[in-house]
Design a protein around this ligand. Sequence first.
Ligand SMILES: NC(=O)c1ccc[n+]([C@@H]2O[C@H](COP(=O)([O-])OP(=O)(O)OC[C@H]3O[C@@H](n4cnc5c(N)ncnc54)[C@H](O)[C@@H]3O)[C@@H](O)[C@H]2O)c1
Length: 259
Amino acid sequence: MHRFDNQTVLVTGGTGGQGSSHVRAFHAEGANVVIGGIDAERGDALVDELGDRARFAHLDVTDESSWSAAVTTAERAFGGLSVLVNNAGVQNPPALIEHTDQATWSRILDVNLTGAFLGIKAAVPALRRSTEGAVVNIASTMGLGGTAHYAPYVASKWALRGLTQTAALELGRDRIRVNTIHPGVIATPFIHEPAAGAGAAIADFYSPEPFAVPRLGEPADVTRLLLFLASPEASFITGSEYVIDGGLQLGPALQAEAA
Ligand SMILES: NC(=O)c1ccc[n+]([C@@H]2O[C@H](COP(=O)([O-])OP(=O)(O)OC[C@H]3O[C@@H](n4cnc5c(N)ncnc54)[C@H](O)[C@@H]3O)[C@@H](O)[C@H]2O)c1
């Protein structure tokens, strides 16, 4: 008996980074998993690794038709959908607002915000048919304040919070809960690979040393929180936001005094 036996989970951006950690953990907990993503090679490799109870769905979250195909994959292969994880996300190359072009602004909002909107829209009918449904949107601690050079990313993650709260209100009576996770700095390609057109990785901005837990987060840190929020253990939690950042939001920690 596992926490997600007989449930089907769709994870966007599920082929790598935090997404593949989430996919593996849901699968290990008994779920059928639909790995939504744009990298078919990595998606197929993950399906081969997991074997039974896994499918890859080619899913560009900005494309409404690929959303309906992914939900159909879940329903045809596994008979339904109970959990949607809007994990896919992109960051903008660091630039001041005055140097950010509209195409960059639109691309980041399309993936990070419109992608989640389209996902909720496409998944709701299937989630409603499930006994209990859950949506978890992966935002960021950068959606809790301002960060110079990251206006499109920051704005997209702030807006995701409003989408989460509104969806929670609209869907609560259908037994569908909607929550947000705000990761801090998590060790994935996201922080190690410089954004397109920029010379610096985002990790260069965040040494973990000054903070209460002086290490980078691991995908598994986020995965454990996600599985809790998606599970019936969290049945009274909706419209909520969970920060998982090792204390980054608190500011620098008290340093031990030199002896
Ligand atoms: N790594 C961090 O420090 C950090 C911190 C806060 C929030 N986040 C958020 O966590 C989420 C996962 O990021 P990650 O750290 O695993 O980074 P990552 O770059 O490894 O993963 C992002 C995933 O999104 C996918 N993706 C991009 N555009 C897509 C599209 N149009 N359609 C479908 N998939 C698309 C990519 O293929 C990739 O699999 C993102 O939403 C990111 O904003 C990351």
